[in-house]
Design a protein around this ligand. Sequence first.
Ligand SMILES: Cc1cc2nc3c(=O)[nH]c(=O)nc-3n(C[C@H](O)[C@H](O)[C@H](O)COP(=O)(O)OP(=O)(O)OC[C@H]3O[C@@H](n4cnc5c(N)ncnc54)[C@H](O)[C@@H]3O)c2cc1C
Ligand SMILES: *[C@@H]1O[C@H](CO)[C@@H](O)[C@H](O)[C@H]1NC(C)=O
Ligand SMILES: *[C@@H]1O[C@H](CO)[C@@H](O)[C@H](O)[C@H]1NC(C)=O
Ligand SMILES: *[C@@H]1O[C@H](CO)[C@@H](O)[C@H](O)[C@H]1NC(C)=O
Ligand SMILES: *[C@@H]1O[C@H](CO)[C@@H](O)[C@H](O)[C@H]1NC(C)=O
Ligand SMILES: *[C@@H]1O[C@H](CO)[C@@H](O)[C@H](O)[C@H]1NC(C)=O
Ligand SMILES: *[C@@H]1O[C@H](CO)[C@@H](O)[C@H](O)[C@H]1NC(C)=O
Ligand SMILES: *[C@@H]1O[C@H](CO)[C@@H](O)[C@H](O)[C@H]1NC(C)=O
Ligand SMILES: *[C@@H]1O[C@H](CO)[C@@H](O)[C@H](O)[C@H]1NC(C)=O
Length: 625
Amino acid sequence: MAFVTREALLALALASLSYSAPLIPLAPRAVALDNVSQLRPEYDYVVIGGGTSGLVVANRLTEDPTINVLVIEHGPLGAQDGGTAVPGLPVPDRYKRDYVSVPQPGLNNRTSPVYTAAVVGGGTVVNGMFFNRGSAADYDAWEKLGNPGWGWNDLLPYFIKSETFTSPSADIAAKYAGVISPEMSVHGTKGPVGSSFSNYQYPIIKNFFRGWNAIGLATQPEPNGGDANGAIYGPISAMAKNQSRDDASDAYYRPVAGLRDNFHLITEQTVTKINLDGMKRANSVNFVARSNTTMTANTTVTTAYATREVILAAGAPHSPQVLQLSGIGPKDLLSSLGIETLVDLPGVGRNFQDQPSMFLQFTCPMTIPYFSGSIVAYIPLQNMTSNYLQVIDRAAAVDPESLFPADCDPTILAGYRAQRDLILALYASAHATVQEVAWAGGNTVSNALLKPLSRGVITINSTDPTAPPVFDYRTFSHPTDLDTAVLSIRKIREWMASAPMQEVGPVETYPGENVTSDADLVAAIRGFATSTWAHPVGSCSMMKREYGGVLDPELRVYGVEGLRVVDASMMPMIVGSHTSSTVYAVAEKAADIIKAAQNATPRHSHSWQPPGPPPGQTFQPEAQQ
Ligand SMILES: Cc1cc2nc3c(=O)[nH]c(=O)nc-3n(C[C@H](O)[C@H](O)[C@H](O)COP(=O)(O)OP(=O)(O)OC[C@H]3O[C@@H](n4cnc5c(N)ncnc54)[C@H](O)[C@@H]3O)c2cc1C
Ligand SMILES: *[C@@H]1O[C@H](CO)[C@@H](O)[C@H](O)[C@H]1NC(C)=O
Ligand SMILES: *[C@@H]1O[C@H](CO)[C@@H](O)[C@H](O)[C@H]1NC(C)=O
Ligand SMILES: *[C@@H]1O[C@H](CO)[C@@H](O)[C@H](O)[C@H]1NC(C)=O
Ligand SMILES: *[C@@H]1O[C@H](CO)[C@@H](O)[C@H](O)[C@H]1NC(C)=O
Ligand SMILES: *[C@@H]1O[C@H](CO)[C@@H](O)[C@H](O)[C@H]1NC(C)=O
Ligand SMILES: *[C@@H]1O[C@H](CO)[C@@H](O)[C@H](O)[C@H]1NC(C)=O
Ligand SMILES: *[C@@H]1O[C@H](CO)[C@@H](O)[C@H](O)[C@H]1NC(C)=O
Ligand SMILES: *[C@@H]1O[C@H](CO)[C@@H](O)[C@H](O)[C@H]1NC(C)=O
């Protein structure tokens, strides 16, 4: 999530950054929008979505000059303008495709935003740049769920591979001695993504750390080493040399643009369907121009062919949509829309998770605005309340069947039960976290619930691939999420009441100092919380098929050959952190998995006509079904 304010400009001036970033010319290998004649007849791999994960995989696969890759991206190539380059400036709306959820009963029927990027580089071009990892226990829980090879020790080499970490400047290191103390063995120094520290913090930030320490939350000087709890001054995804944003496009696309003939990128195109052959092997992808905002009989559909694999990297909001449009998903849903079910996979779109957030308001006479989202507290449940075992017992007593529709597929329930036990074990751990508090020094204290027990769902309600899917977070459908929300507000008040924070003199203006009973706090939370911390995950989860999963531990879609999902939707349980660094590590690992499988996946040249029309011909609506 971004913590930017307009006053950030002031901070920028103080940080003496340069605004004169030159525009990068259109990369030579990007194929012109309306010129499908530049596409190769076939590629080894077609990647759907040129966002964070898609660019990582495309870059790594094209290290081999004999491997041809096409990336198809809905958004444009960014111009490195505004906040896409300089932290704190606003990010232009044209790089986003934001939606709203359906009304949330848990939020008094208010809707919540669904933030999604639409630009080469994806979420990392528009995000808040906080660059942290979850706790080791968070990833170990993925493995315990039945995903061998996905524990912390397996992922750590990929966190390292993706980053170039730079220790704080001498000035910051001296001012924050003991607060930041990097352990170089968990960091990379040769990877594509810069991970570094803001060169400036307002002095008031010291009160943040002293305040938490005063109420028993220690400072964690190396938050990215597997013990991601405590008060943290963390790194951001920025280039140390000039404090500029380092997004996935800067890291994995621009350095090779024009240098690799085997890496094609076509922008402002929307993938509408993955085509399966008679053996249920994904062998091609249909797409239309982004400007075609509705499909008619006259819309030109282009098909790109993959001789080895189709790689889905459209992000957690869109990957389930593309699968469902392609006949891969819950049979009932697909039938209701007249889509032929090619693979009945009830989990596609299920297990959707994000971190509900609340923005508390205080007035601070010493308030100074600031733009960095890297000053945070990550809090285990046992440090939120001494009664944490009661919270866990109450959560364990909730019948999972009460949380899902009566006709819910039994595999979804089985998967939820397995997850719940693992999440409650994390709730009991001193090393895994439930609450994040982010403070930039201003009036807003951002508060997020890191590991909710509620689960949402993403479904298409139209066969028109240009229509957005329906997003239902189902926020607070599990009552324990309201219990932890109440505790989280009380924790913030305890911190604000500490002597070091009282030096700042905060007065709570929202929810307000008179809102104290559990019932009044619950009412306030339902009235002001939002479903998202801009970290949607889980909608195509890596889980056993008998758990309602979509992907096996090699990220292959069940029931289909030649199709993997490599983006944030694969996370079966959200981790106690922001998500971008985990997405990079997952995609780096995915690239290695795909490379290792190359010998076993020989090229299949397409010898059949796909169900969609050939390149340059027109769309027949029934061909999409
Ligand atoms: C506003 C915001 C703030 C955030 N703040 C932080 C933060 O501070 N720190 C942090 O670590 N994380 C943050 N995140 C989250 C993080 O950026 C994401 O988890 C991560 O970038 C997701 O990567 P991805 O590859 O899964 O998807 P994305 O990077 O979103 O890539 C998916 C791409 O697929 C494209 N696409 C979608 N559908 C289609 C289609 N049908 N055809 C063709 N292309 C398609 C999209 O345009 C997009 O470019 C934030 C995210 C947002 C949106
Ligand atoms: C920072 O450096 C990168 C890489 O050299 C460059 O692309 C970018 O434009 C620079 N940022 C600014 C704000 O000058
Ligand atoms: C399309 O691309 C081909 C091959 O690069 C080129 O010769 C042609 O001029 C292009 N046509 C248009 C309309 O851009
Ligand atoms: C939310 O909407 C549902 C369905 O319309 C309704 O039954 C319920 O009473 C509403 N809840 C609130 C708090 O308004
Ligand atoms: C949480 O509380 C426990 C028990 O008081 C304490 O030992 C531990 O250090 C605390 N955790 C942090 C991160 O401060
Ligand atoms: C498709 O194009 C034809 C010929 O240009 C036109 O008559 C018809 O109205 C168009 N149909 C739609 C749905 O746009
Ligand atoms: C689809 O988009 C293309 C490219 O912008 C445009 O030329 C064409 O008219 C659009 N077609 C329809 C049917 O909207
Ligand atoms: C799909 O759902 C959205 C609400 O999320 C609604 O606005 C839209 O009309 C629905 N479309 C169809 C075809 O039912
Ligand atoms: C708290 O005070 C505000 C402002 O006076 C008022 O609007 C609100 O209803 C009060 N809330 C409670 C729970 O008393």
